[in-house]
Design a protein around this ligand. Structure first.
Ligand code: GAL
Length: 744
C-alpha cells in the first residue's frame, strides 16, 4: 500500500537559531503550517533583503511500527531557495532549486520513537543557483512555500509514470506508457504490473497486465476507440492507474496534439491563435506561499475572467495545483526553467540543465503544457549550454517542442520555436523612424530569409507601466497598446500568437518597478482586480461564452486632459453599442474594424465623428448621466449606467469561496469594492477600510488598508479546526459588512 499524507502541520520555525538548535527537539520556535513564507512583507515599500538569509524549520514525528520494512521518504513540492535537510541532527539531503520537488529518503535512518526533521532553508539570492547571480525583476521570497508529504511505500514502488498519446488524432488511438520503478535498496522483485485507463467518470476503457522484469518498462494500449480529444472548450481528461505489488499511482492525461509551425499554432490539427498572458506565482504579503485553492483560482481568473487561451509560467515551474487546474480548464501552458537574463558559470549551468529535466519529469503528463522553455529568459546566445538544454528536453520528451525566450534578434535557433519578447511598441531606439509599430515581422527579428515557428512571448510591461489608480487617459493608452499587439499578432499568420506582460502586478526588487517595490505591469493588480486592459483580452472571447462590455472611462467631465470622455474606447464583443448621453439622441456605433482590422472583436470607438457640432458644444454645460447598451444579433444583451454625480452608496464584499478546509492551510481571497449609485467602483476613493477576522482563520496583511481605485482585497487563511469564520469589513461612511465562512 502506498501512503502519501500531508506533512504540513506541527512545524516549528526559527528566524534566528544556532547550529545546536538544528538537532534540538526541545528548542522553542514559532508553530507554523505549510505552505509558509519565512518573512511576511508589507504590500509595498519594503526591504526585500530581509529574507536573504537562512531560516530553520523543525518537525518532530513518531516512528510508526507499520513502517518497518517499507520505504519512507519526505517529498518537498517546493522550498526557496537552498535547502539542507537533517534527520535527528545529521544532514541527509540538500536541494538547490526553489521551484522543483525533491524527495528525501528516511529509510534505515529513523529511530524507534521520536524523530526530528530539520530544514535549514537559505533564502539568499545565492549566485550559484538559477535564477540568481545577476538582477531579477521579481522576488523569490524564502520558505517551505509548497506542501511536504510523508510517503510510505513498499521497497519496490512505482517511481514515475510517463504517458504519451502518439496518434491522438486517429480514430483508434494509442497510449504509450513508461513506468520507472523506484528501488533504492536494490531489492529483488517480480510480479505483474496492471495499468488501467479510465474516463473521467471512472469507467474502464482498457487494461493491460505485464510481467515485470526490469526497473523500467514500456508498453502500449492500441486500438482505443470512442475517445474524446482534450480541447480548450472541452478539456476531456482520462486517468491511468498503475498498480504493482500493492502500490498504486494515478495519473491524468489527455489526447491532443500541439504544434507551432511557420504558419502558426495548431492544436489538434486546427489553427488556434494564441492569446496569452504571463503569470508570476506571487501574492501580496506571503509571496509564493499560497496553497491549492488560491493557485487554482489564478487559473480560473485567466481562463474565465481574462479569457486567454494560454499562460506562460514566467519564469519558472509553477505549482502543480495551478497546472492541474489548467488541465481541467483547457488553458494552455508554456512552462520554463528558472532564470532571468543572467547565465552563470559551469556549476550554475549544470543546475539549469538539471532544472530542465526536473521540470519535464514532474510535468510531462499535463495535456495543458504545450511547450518547454529551455533558455534562461532573455539571456544571450550560448551555443553549448542551449544545445544541452534542448538535447535533454528532447531526450526526455520527444512529443513537445522547445522554445527559449529571447529579446535579441538574429539569435541562434537551437529550439523548435523562436519565442520572442518584442518590445518594439513605444521603443524609440528600436522603432527608429518607422510609424508606430506593434510587432516586427518575424524575419526582421530572426534574421532568416524564411519563416520559422514563431511566437511572441512578451510585450507591454515595463514599456508602459500602468497602475490601477492611474489617470483614465493613461489607462486608455495602456489598453490600446495591448490591443495593437494582439491585432498585429492576429494579422500575421506567421506569428502563432502573443503573450502579454503580464496578468498580475507583482512585487519586485528596488532596481525595478515604480520604487514602491511593485511592477505595475499587470492587466490586473496584485489582488487580481482588473485594470481596463484586462478587457482588451477578455473582449476577444465570443459573446456566447461571456458578454463583455467595458467602456474605458470613469465617466467624469474633467478627468482627461482638456476634458470630456472622447475618444471613448469600449472593449466589447457585442455587434454594436448604443451610447445615450443624458436625454440627447442615442448613438449606435459598431466595432472599429478600420483601426483594428484583425482582432476577433475590435473595440467600439466613440469619438468626435459621432457627434454634431452642436452636441460637441455641450462642454461647459451640466454633466449628464449616461447609458451604454451592447447588442448581439440585434438584441440588447448588457446595459451599463453611469451616474453624473457619483457618491459611495454600496460596500461590496465578495469572497472566492464560502467554505474553507480547516484540516489544512486553506486560503481564500476577499475583494472589497466601494460602488456608486450605478454600480461602478469609485476610482479615486482611497478611504481606509478595517478588516477583522474571528474564528479559526487569520487575516494576511494589515487590518487597516486603503482602498486603491475604489477597491482592495485580502486573503484569509485557516488556522486549524472547524467552525465559523466571520470576516467584518468596515468603511466609516458606509458602515460594515460581515461574511461568514464555514471551516470544515
Ligand atoms: C521582460 C522580462 C520580464 C519582465 C518584463 C517587464 O524583459 O522578461 O520578466 O521584466 O520585461 O516588462
Amino acid at each position: 500500500m502506498r501512503s502519501l499524507v500531508p506533512f504540513t502541520h506541527g512545524w516549528l520555525f526559527n528566524a534566528d537559531y544556532t547550529a545546536a538548535t538544528i538537532a534540538d527537539q526541545g528548542a522553542v520556535g514559532t508553530a507554523v503550517t505549510l505552505p509558509h513564507t519565512a518573512v511576511e512583507l508589507p504590500f509595498s515599500y519594503f526591504d526585500e533583503t530581509t529574507y536573504w538569509r537562512p531560516f530553520l524549520y523543525r518537525k518532530s514525528f513518531e516512528f510508526e511500527s507499520g513502517w518497518a520494512g517499507k520505504e519512507v521518504s519526505l517529498v518537498f513540492d517546493g522550498a526557496m531557495a537552498n535547502s539542507k535537510v537533517f534527520l535527528n541532527g545529521d544532514e541527509i539531503a540538500s536541494h538547490q532549486d526553489g521551484y522543483t520537488p525533491f524527495e528525501v529518503r528516511l529509510t534505515g535512518r529513523l529511530k524507534v520513537g521520536s524523530n526530528l526533521i530539520s530544514v535549514v532553508l537559505d533564502g539568499s539570492e545565492n549566485p550559484r543557483i538559477p535564477p540568481f547571480g545577476g538582477q531579477i525583476d521579481y522576488l523569490t521570497y524564502a520558505g517551505i512555500y509548497r506542501e511536504v508529504w510523508l510517503k510510505v511505500v513498499e521497497p519496490v514502488s512505482i517511481g514515475n509514470v510517463k504517458i504519451e498519446t502518439p496518434d491522438a488524432l486517429a480514430t483508434e488511438k494509442t497510449v504509450t506508457v513508461r513506468v520507472t520503478l523506484s528501488n533504492p535498496a536494490s531489492a529483488a522483485f517480480s510480479g505483474a504490473l496492471v495499468a488501467t485507463i479510465r474516463d473521467a467518470a471512472g469507467a474502464v476503457i482498457a487494461t493491460v497486465e505485464k510481467a515485470v522484469s526490469s526497473e523500467e518498462m514500456s508498453f502500449s494500449f492500441t486500438g482505443l476507440k470512442g475517445l474524446t480529444l482534450w480541447e480548450p472548450n472541452a478539456p476531456t481528461l482520462y486517468t491511468l492507474d498503475v498498480t504493482f505489488g500493492g502500490d498504486k499511482v494515478i495519473e491524468r492525461f489527455g489526447f491532443r496534439t500541439a504544434e507551432v509551425t511557420p504558419e502558426g499554432f495548431k492544436l489538434n490539427g486546427k489553427p488556434l491563435k494564441i492569446r496569452g498572458l504571463n503569470r508570476h506565482q506571487s501574492f501580496p504579503y506571503v509571496g509564493y506561499a499560497m496553497g491549492k485553492s488560491v493557485q487554482e483560482r489564478d487559473a480560473e481568473i485567466l481562463k474565465h475572467q481574462l479569457h486567454v487561451n494560454l499562460v506562460r509560467t514566467s519564469h519558472y515551474p509553477q505549482s502543480k495545483h495551478f497546472l492541474n487546474r489548467c488541465d481541467e480548464l483547457g488553458l494552455l501552458v508554456f512552462e520554463e526553467i528558472p532564470g532571468w537574463q543572467h547565465i552563470g558559470a559551469a556549476e550554475w549551468k549544470a543546475q539549469a540543465v538539471d532544472n530542465v529535466a526536473a521540470m519535464i519529469r514532474r510535468d510531462w503528463n499535463h495535456p495543458s503544457i504545450i511547450l518547454w522553455g529551455v533558455r534562461i529568459n532573455e539571456s544571450q546566445d550560448d551555443h553549448d549550454f542551449y544545445a544541452e538544454t534542448n538535447r535533454v528536453a528532447r531526450e526526455l520528451d520527444s512529443t513537445r517542442q522547445t522554445g527559449g525566450v529571447r529579446y535579441i534578434t538574429d539569435s541562434e535557433l537551437l529550439e523548435d520555436v523562436y519565442t520572442m519578447n518584442d518590445f518594439i511598441l513605444g521603443n524609440e531606439e528600436l522603432g527608429g523612424n518607422r510609424p508606430r509599430t506593434a510587432l516586427r515581422p518575424q524575419q526582421e527579428v530572426t534574421g532568416k530569409n524564411h519563416n520559422v515557428p514563431y511566437m511572441i512571448t512578451e510585450f507591454g510591461g515595463h514599456m508602459y507601466p500602468t497602475k490601477i489608480y492611474d489617470q483614465e487617459q493613461r489607462q486608455a493608452e495602456h489598453v490600446r497598446r495591448h490591443l495593437d499587439v494582439l491585432n498585429a499578432a492576429y494579422g500575421d499568420s506567421s506569428i502563432s500568437g502573443a503573450i502579454g506582460w503580464c496578468a498580475f502586478d507583482y512585487n519586485t526588487h528596488k532596481d525595478f518597478g515604480s520604487g514602491d517595490r511593485i511592477c505595475h505591469h499587470g492587466v490586473m493588480d496584485m489582488f487580481r482586480e482588473p485594470k481596463f486592459a484586462a478587457f482588451a483580452y477578455a473582449s476577444q472571447c465570443e459573446p456566447d461564452e461571456d458578454v463583455i462590455l467595458a467602456p474605458v472611462t470613469f465617466w467624469a467631465r474633467g478627468e482627461r486632459n482638456i476634458g470630456g470622455v472622447l475618444p471613448l474606447l469600449i472593449l466589447t464583443n457585442c455587434d454594436e453599442v448604443e451610447l445615450q448621453y443624458g436625454n440627447y439622441p442615442p448613438k449606435r456605433v459598431g466595432p472599429d474594424r478600420e483601426a483594428f482590422p484583425h482582432l476577433p472583436h475590435p473595440p467600439v470607438i466613440v469619438d468626435r465623428r459621432h457627434f454634431s457640432a452642436e452636441e460637441l458644444g455641450l462642454w461647459g454645460m451640466r454633466w449628464e448621466a449616461a447609458r451604454i447598451t451592447g447588442y448581439v444579433d440585434g438584441k440588447a444583451v448588457k446595459t451599463i449606467h453611469y451616474a453624473d454625480d457619483p457618491v459611495p452608496v454600496e460596500l461590496e464584499v465578495v469572497a472566492d469561496a464560502a467554505e474553507l478546509d480547516g484540516s489544512k492551510k486553506d486560503s481564500t481571497r476577499v475583494i472589497i469594492r466601494v460602488k456608486d449609485q450605478a454600480g461602478h467602483k469609485l476610482p479615486f476613493l482611497f478611504d481606509p477600510v478595517t478588516i477583522s477576522v474571528e474564528g479559526p482563520a487569520r487575516l494576511l496583511g494589515p487590518s487597516t488598508v486603503p482602498l486603491r481605485a475604489g477597491a482592495t482585497g485580502f486573503w484569509i487563511e485557516t488556522t486549524g479546526g472547524a467552525g465559523t469564520v466571520k470576516v467584518t469589513v468596515g468603511l466609516e461612511r458606509l458602515g460594515s459588512k460581515t461574511l461568514a465562512f464555514s471551516a470544515n
